[in-house]
Design a protein around this ligand. Structure first.
Ligand SMILES: Cc1ncc(COP(=O)(O)O)c(C=O)c1O
Length: 425
């Protein structure tokens, strides 16, 4: 006698049952919420496939992706070159940790240092770890080079920064959602207003224990806040004048997103420590890292830092290909050109709908008027219309598609967006 199974009860073959289960968004969301813990609040769509600028849900509906995994998938989803090298390297040697040498680590370090113009590269995994690494290097430098008294090194951050969720990152945060009830916090982290050179100079002048100023060249998670022209140059000058290391967090702005290789390139400035992440792997594997010159990086001697996965052959091989794709496909140029189209289209949108457009290249934000609608509700409507994105801080719609997007695809996405806004009420 055949056992009584769910498939028999439903009158389906095992295969049909598997298909039915796997195709049902509602069931998948329910399971996620039952067994998964809270993290982000996801938009109610269950994605099953990605290719280029498109995503498909489990029911087979196609969407244009205007989020790109928070500026991670700059190369487009499942870029064939990335899929190929991932398969090849995974089938050859995935992991050793840096307990041993492997060819991809040196290849990536050589490529990145030559491309970006710093002497050393140190790979980690996530953006927040790279930020933490930068701070460790800067504190070491503060004690050993600047001669700050022991345990007194201060790191200054810009208010409204975001660099992740670790205890160090939330200690630097000014957003109560990030830090409330997670204390005690890391000491000697100070904050100054963003885009305010006077406040920064005051801080540096008053406090000789400052070893570093860590700042995003454009504040991404704060809602795409672009500083005034000259801010980055001013930061460089003040850091040099007061012997403070400038750490530029380009986890979100870097790697062609803003229309140049790096956002600091818009003002031709060179930070002392550069943090990269997100698009460094095109989303295939978590890869982050910092770039700095030997004099600074050498403050970490053997044994003082490390990571099991950071610098793995698999991650390094993927990162090398990911950055070469950005270069080979001129994606900075595409971001610059298409960013202008976004700006022209959205800058003059009715003030009743959106109070402000912000952006550079394809890192853009449209500030939806709260009296008009909740950002989240707009995103739900966009999803229905075939476009995926999320708001930052409730009201700022992110427009940050993969940089491989074509003009036609971008126009299509903007058409969906403006149609949804026009017909919202
Ligand atoms: C500027 C910036 N730095 C750091 C991070 C943290 O990166 P991760 O989430 O990979 O730790 C983020 C994430 O959004 C970011 O936007």
């Amino acid at each position: 006698m055949q056992p009584i199974t769910r498939s028999r009860i439903l009158g389906l073959t095992q295969k049909e049952l598997r298909l039915k289960r796997s195709l049902n968004s509602q069931a998948l969301i329910k399971r996620d919420e039952k067994y998964g813990s809270r993290h982000f609040k996801p938009l109610p769509v269950v994605l099953a496939k990605g290719e280029g600028v498109h995503l498909w849900d489990v029911e087979g509906k196609r969407y244009l992706d205007f989020l790109a995994g928070f500026s991670t998938v700059n190369q487009g989803h499942c870029h064939p070159r990335l899929v190929k090298v991932t398969r090849e390297q995974a089938g050859k040697l995935a992991h050793t940790s840096r307990a041993f040498y492997s060819e991809p680590h040196g290849a990536l370090a050589e490529y990145l240092t030559k491309l970006f113009g710093w002497e050393k590269f140190l790979p980690m995994n996530t953006g927040v770890e790279a930020g933490d690494t930068a701070i460790k290097v800067a504190r070491r430098w503060g004690y050993r080079v600047k001669k700050i008294p022991s345990e007194k090194a201060t790191v200054v951050f810009a208010k409204n920064n975001f660099w992740g969720r670790s205890i160090a990152a939330l200690s630097a945060s000014t957003d109560p959602n990030c830090y409330t009830d997670f204390g005690p916090y890391v000491p000697r982290f100070d904050k100054v207003p963003y885009n305010d050179l006077n406040a920064l100079e005051q801080k540096f002048k008053q406090d000789p224990t400052v070893c570093a100023f860590m700042v995003e060249p454009i504040q991404g998670e704060a809602g795409v806040v672009v500083p005034s022209d000259g801010y980055l140059e001013g930061v460089r000058n003040l850091c040099t004048k007061y012997n403070v290391l400038w750490i530029a967090d380009e986890v979100q702005t870097g790697l062609c997103r803003t229309g140049k290789r790096l956002a600091v390139d818009h003002e031709n400035q060179r930070p002392d420590i550069l943090i990269l992440g997100k698009a460094l792997s095109g989303g295939m594997y978590p890869v982050s890292g910092i770039l700095a010159d030997e004099q600074i990086m050498s403050c970490l001697e053997t044994g003082s830092h490390g990571s099991t996965f950071g610098g793995s052959p698999l991650g390094n091989r993927i990162a090398l290909e990911a950055v070469q794709i950005l270069e080979d496909e001129n994606l900075a140029e595409n971001a610059c050109k298409l960013g202008e189209i976004v700006r022209k289209r959205l800058e003059n949108i009715s003030k009743d709908i959106a109070s402000e457009f912000r952006g550079r290249g394809l890192l853009c934000g449209l500030v939806i008027n709260k009296d008009f609608a909740e950002g989240w509700d707009i995103c739900l409507k966009l999803k229905e219309a075939g476009l995926l994105t999320r708001p930052a801080h409730g009201q700022i719609l992110r427009i940050s598609p993969p940089l491989t997007i074509t003009k036609e695809q971008l126009e299509e996405g903007l058409h969906i967006l403006t149609t949804v806004l026009d017909n919202y009420k």
